[in-house]
Ligand binder design. Structure first.
Ligand code: FAD
Ligand code: NAD
Length: 367
């Protein structure tokens, strides 16, 4: 059973195939692309519906099948990166021979531009919730055992809640559980847990409801979205991160990934804008990291400090940026990431252009 489809202007047509042993069913997806990783594929298996979405550049290739027989909840996924092959191994519940894999469900075997696919949600369980600052908490959600999903660095997901009868969704950016947890190996998020740093706005629509969830409750979590590409970090020497408030969240994974996986990296500087000292997320972790890794530095800028504050003050400004953005050499390869309230990000981008940084050197995180 070999199928092939193609699309005009998109990547060359992926295809799939399957085979079985007494106890296993292996589904093989041939993406015909090299740039395929474990975070390129999202798998959800619920009841007899099996869904595997592969992200190939800006396209989404969907396998969507009503399996002909029962399989166990857990499965394994392997990506052969150099040939772009994905293998999903399902465990049969009964050792019988399958005559077919199953029946095609909606949009099975289709390759669609990613922007045209709806977001798929699966219910995740709230495992823990921990205070980080007076108004920000670290939420830990657990994926179902029958889901394979890794949120790529720099991307976000949507959380969904039903509030007074209406479904509301809002975007949130997964972080690591800590900046310091020992990981000497390349980032291995082969993990069932997703962590979020979320600020609760007492008068907000969504976050008070989120805060009211009990441990053990379920929250639908979407597939990842976002246009940050990890390739932007390739060969970077100076990485500058401009974050305001919870705009810190995309910086968490970028920062750790860069320190561990980018050999060319000489310097990472975080300029962290907050209203007050007690609003600074993970301050002691940031300082510990700066102490442990000489390439990393953090500076705080407060817009509403108390009179005791001796550090930098104010909003983002030309003076603050020109002092902060000192490259390690005139020609060094630079990446600037910026995230925060919309006016902060917009002003920041304008100021960076005024300082002669090019579009390619700036990545802004926006809605
Ligand atoms: P809202 O109801 O949107 O209100 C927010 C604030 O505005 C509150 O202080 C509220 O009192 C005030 N407000 C509301 N309406 C009015 C009004 N009419 N006039 C004046 N003030 C008003 N947030 C995080 O905490 N962590 C993340 O990791 C994160 N990632 C994000 C990623 C992306 C891509 C984007 C776009 C946003 C992200 N956010 C993140 C923000 C998040 O999506 C929500 O916007 C945020 O949680 C606020 O939601 P809310 O419904 O509780 O508040
Ligand atoms: P906040 O209100 O506590 O402000 C933090 C700092 O932002 C301030 O100290 C100030 O320096 C700066 N700032 C605020 N308003 C400004 C303005 N009008 N002009 C210039 N600078 C200003 O911030 P918060 O409540 O933590 O909000 C964080 C924002 O970041 C939210 O709007 C959220 O949606 C956004 N966010 C976006 C993404 C994303 O797009 N990927 C991810 C996370 C957070």
């Amino acid at each position: 059973q070999m199928t092939d489809i193609s699309t005009k202007g998109g990547p060359s047509s992926p295809s799939y195939d399957w085979f079985q042993t007494d106890s296993l069913v292996t589904l093989v997806i041939y993406t015909k692309q090299k740039d395929i990783h474990l975070d390129s594929i999202i798998i959800d298996h619920q009841n007899d519906s099996f869904r595997a979405e592969t992200i190939i550049k800006d396209y989404s290739y969907l396998i969507h099948i009503g399996l002909s027989h029962e399989v166990q909840e857990d499965f394994s996924v392997r990506v052969v990166e150099n040939v772009g092959k994905i293998e999903i191994v399902l465990k049969k519940t009964e050792n019988i021979s399958w005559k077919c894999l199953g029946r095609p469900l909606e949009k099975h075997n289709s390759l669609i531009p990613k922007k045209d696919t709806g977001l798929y949600y699966r219910k995740c369980q709230l495992i823990s919730k921990e205070d980080v600052t007076h108004d920000t908490k670290l939420f830990c959600l657990m994926l179902p055992p029958s889901t394979h999903l890794q949120v790529p660095i720099g991307q976000h997901v949507y959380l969904k809640l039903t509030i007074t009868g209406t479904e509301i969704v809002k975007p949130y950016t997964p972080v690591f559980d800590s900046l310091l947890s020992e990981f000497k190996e390349p980032v291995l998020p082969n993990n069932k847990y997703i962590y979020f740093l979320i600020k609760i706005y007492p008068a907000g629509l969504f976050t008070p409801e989120l805060d009211h969830l009990q441990i053990g409750d379920f929250v639908p979590v979407s597939n990842p979205e976002g246009n940050f590409k990890i390739s932007k970090l390739q060969e970077v020497e100076d990485l500058f991160l401009l974050a305001a408030g919870t705009g810190f969240t995309p910086m968490v994974k970028i920062l750790k990934y860069a320190l561990i996986n980018i050999p060319s990296l000489r310097k990472v500087k975080l300029m962290f804008f907050n209203k007050t000292e007690d609003a600074i997320i993970w301050r002691s972790q940031l300082e510990k990291l700066a102490f442990e890794d000489k390439r990393f530095d953090v500076e705080y800028v407060l817009s509403a400090p108390t009179s005791e504050w001796k550090g930098k003050q104010g909003h983002i400004s030309p003076a603050l940026l020109s002092e902060f953005l000192n490259k390690s050499s005139e020609k060094s390869k630079v990446l600037l990431c910026i995230c925060g309230p919309t006016p902060f990000t917009e002003q920041g981008i304008k100021l960076l252009h005024d300082l002669n940084f090019s579009k390619d050197e700036i990545h802004s995180f926006t809605a």
